[in-house]
Design a protein. Sequence first.
Length: 76
Amino acid sequence: MSTNLLTSDMCIEFLNEYGTPNHVKAHCFAVAEVATAIGEALNGKGFQMNSRLICAAGMLHDMARLDDKHWEVSAD
């Protein structure tokens, strides 16, 4: 497993630095929680999902939600 993954604290820093509104942050945290739970359930069935990666992706997936083409803005 890579040790270069973003931590939850790092993701929160990105969200704060970008100025992501609180309601969008709350949505991102909820997505991260559900996605991580699904990944862990799949791991319990023999899959090899990376829970830290799933959590980071969930936390940051809508970082720029209020921008046009937010998926591209977030990627940049």
